[in-house]
Design a protein around this ligand. Structure first.
Ligand SMILES: [Zn+2]
Length: 242
């Protein structure tokens, strides 16, 4: 097989350059700052929603406690009123029994008062939880507005990259079409093995594909050999300058 011409080798290196730019553009698309920013806000919304769910559970518990206390206070109040009525309606005449009923009224009053103290604490807790819930909801609404803005910005940024990708793909087609078939085949096979990079160039005693510095003996041998060979380090194709 005849050595490829200098033009073909230049074209081969150009094709590699286009391939590398294509890979970079695809990576950038996956890793757009606008996309990352958007992902961060979406993540924040998820954690706000999680926090809100947790708060909901606490609030339900506190509200149930509130209702239970209110019911108990009502029942205790009714009991106290009934006992008081007995004190004054003449149904209790015996002084000892009277004392017992008075003591019962006092005990019930004390229990009511204790319940009311607890109820106050629970009401405060409910208030605090509701305020936190409102601020979580507000934070989520703000974040949702941000998502709208960021989505537009991400789509804009992606549009430029997608256009660039389209141009690069067309350029690759053009360059590949100009290369002799056998050279393109060798390049394609080498690129598949080499993680997308199929060819390097000997520059400053190193391979531009693997960037490994070569020994003087290797360099000497390469310079004395054909213009297209194989890198002794990474086994990719290597263009040796004349
Ligand atoms: Zn190499």
């Amino acid at each position: 097989m005849a050595d490829p011409s200098a033009d073909d080798l230049r074209l081969l290196l150009d094709l590699q350059h286009t391939e590398s730019r294509l890979r970079r553009a695809r990576r950038q698309l996956d890793d757009l700052p606008e996309q990352r920013e958007l992902d961060e806000v979406l993540q924040r919304i998820r954690s706000l929603e999680y926090e809100h769910d947790e708060l909901r559970i606490e609030l339900d518990r506190a509200s149930a406690h509130q209702r239970k206390l209110e019911r108990e206070i009502e029942v205790l109040g009714e009991r106290r009123d009934a006992e008081r009525t007995r004190l004054y309606d003449g149904s209790v005449a015996n002084p000892r029994e009277m004392k017992a009923v008075e003591a019962e009224v006092a005990t019930t009053e004390r229990r009511i008062s204790e319940h009311e103290d607890t109820l106050l604490e629970v009401l405060e807790e409910v208030e605090v939880l509701e305020a936190r819930g409102a601020s979580l909801t507000a934070a989520r609404d703000t974040a949702l507005d941000e998502v709208e803005v960021l989505t537009v910005r991400r789509d804009d940024a992606a549009k430029d990259l997608l256009a660039e990708l389209g141009e690069l793909e067309a350029q690759r087609e053009r360059q590949a079409g100009q290369l002799p078939d056998d050279l393109l085949e060798r390049f394609t096979a080498a690129a598949e093995r080499g993680g997308g990079t199929g060819v390097g160039e000997l520059v400053d005693n190193a391979c531009t594909a693997c960037r490994i510095q070569l020994s003087m003996a290797d360099v000497g041998e390469l310079l004395g050999g054909p213009p297209l060979t194989t890198c002794p380090q990474c086994r990719r194709l290597m263009v040796v300058p004349a």
